[in-house]
Design a protein around this ligand. Structure first.
Ligand SMILES: Nc1ncnc2c1ncn2[C@@H]1O[C@H](COP(=O)(O)OP(=O)(O)OP(=O)(O)O)[C@@H](O)[C@H]1O
Ligand SMILES: [Mg+2]
Length: 397
């Protein structure tokens, strides 16, 4: 190691320096010296990227913490030297890639993989490990967790789609609004001209009712496409959730549905618009009550967001945020519909307008938050919302 060799003093250096240079360098070198093998292991272990190395005979030689977290496996020193297909059995795709490393002459560089069953996305490079004589003795997989990048890109795509859809809907709604108002007024006039015909009165009454309903939908659409102007203030999450529960109950009878609400102690206020946030949670709770049909459980939990859990790297500057989860044990969303439920006008309900979740997403976006939906293995749906906490506040200060 270079630390062992003390450099010769520069020519022209004072002779006093000459006599002290050697022992000092030696002392410093001794203090700094770290066994090469341990140091290299520390480098790889401390990397922000995931690293897995396997030997040619199929054993795990090394795996760092990032890889363990991403693959959802717990690896102790006792696992080193064990067959990698056994240690990495939770991620069959990774096993397949590592197993193929010794059959390929050109290994993938900058490839992407969606891990099953977690759905996480990694960008990886696979390389051979060679000894000093150039013989392949193992393979190493280096990767970066791209799940968050993917989610951001997906959100961007969805935002573009919604913007286009919104523009179209606004144009149609605008065109339909005036004829609808005309139908309502003329039906009213006609109704006054035939006061003695009960049948005509009934039919005209229906026409007016239907026109009013259609007008309400048009207003809802126009309201949806209008940009949100937030009136931002400090918002106590507990109060917003309580009023959202009350509002959702007024829309859908809760009957025997049990609602539990667990908020972390001393969670700081949110930084947001209290009315919009109430609307957001009301829509989610209304859906949960509708899905449960009067029987079941809704669990609301809230606490500070731990960035690492979200796949964010420590350098990605996630602002202090709260994570709020609303989980029901209803029938869940069919998995082939999961990516459609936030689309405006997507509904599976006879009376639904399909705008509830589109409005939720719009409010979350306006707050620079995030929303994800997942299905619970035991049945039911879970919505995870992250929202910024009031700036300048320290978590649990
Ligand atoms: N908690 C849930 N459990 C099961 N399915 C859900 C849940 N939340 C939403 N969905 C599905 O997502 C669809 C879209 O929901 P969204 O709230 O946008 O519209 P909607 O509830 O159908 O109508 P509305 O405009 O009245 O809210 C629903 O029709 C339903 O199929
Ligand atoms: Mg709804």
């Amino acid at each position: 190691m270079s630390a062992r060799k003390a450099r010769p003093p520069k020519s022209g250096a004072p002779s006093r320096a000459k006599s002290t240079a050697r022992p000092r360098a030696k002392a410093a070198g001794a203090a700094r010296e770290i066994p090469a093998d341990r140091f290299f292991r520390d480098i790889v272990a401390s990397m922000r990227n995931g690293v897995v190395a396997v030997t040619r005979d199929g054993r795990i030689a090394f795996i760092n913490d990032v890889a363990c977290r991403t693959f959802g496996c717990k690896v102790t020193p006792a696992h080193l030297g064990r067959p990698f297909f056994d240690v990495l059995k939770n991620t069959p795709d990774v096993v397949r890639i590592l197993a193929g490393a010794f059959d390929l002459s050109t290994l993938p560089n900058r490839a992407e993989l969606r891990l099953k069953p977690s759905g996480k996305v990694i960008g990886y490079t696979l390389s051979h490990v060679r000894d000093e004589r150039g013989r392949v003795t193992g393979a190493a997989l280096f990767f970066k967790d791209l799940t968050r990048v993917e989610q951001i890109e997906e959100r961007e795509r969805l935002r573009d789609r919604l913007a286009a859809l919104g523009e179209m809907a606004a144009a149609i709604a605008h065109e339909v609004k005036n004829p609808l108002a005309g139908i309502e007024v003329m039906a009213g006039l006609l109704k006054r001209q035939v006061p003695d015909s009960a049948d005509a009165q009934a039919i005209l009454g229906d026409i007016i009712k239907e026109a009013k309903m259609a007008n309400a939908i048009v207003l809802e659409v126009l309201e949806f496409v209008r940009p949100i102007r937030l009136q931002v203030e400090h918002v106590a999450l507990g109060e917003v959730l309580q009023s959202a529960i009350t509002m959702a109950e007024s829309k859908v009878p809760r009957r025997d549905v049990v609602v539990s609400c667990a908020l972390a102690d001393r969670l700081p206020d949110l930084h947001g618009d209290p009315y919009q946030l109430r609307q957001l949670f009301t829509n989610l709770l209304t859906n949960a009550f509708e899905a449960l049909g009067g029987r079941g459980r809704v669990a609301i939990t809230a606490g500070p967001l731990v960035p690492d859990e979200e796949g964010a790297t420590p350098d990605s500057h996630v602002p202090p945020s709260a994570l709020i989860e609303i989980t029901d044990d209803g029938p869940g969303v069919p998995s082939d519909l999961l990516d459609k439920i936030f689309n405006p006008f997507f509904t599976t309900k006879p009376q639904g307008s399909g705008l509830g979740l589109a409005i939720v997403r719009k409010i979350v976006d306006a707050h620079d938050g995030q929303i994800d939906v997942s299905l619970r293995p035991s049945g039911g749906t879970s919505f995870r919302v992250t929202l910024p906490l009031a700036s300048g506040e320290q978590l649990f200060a």
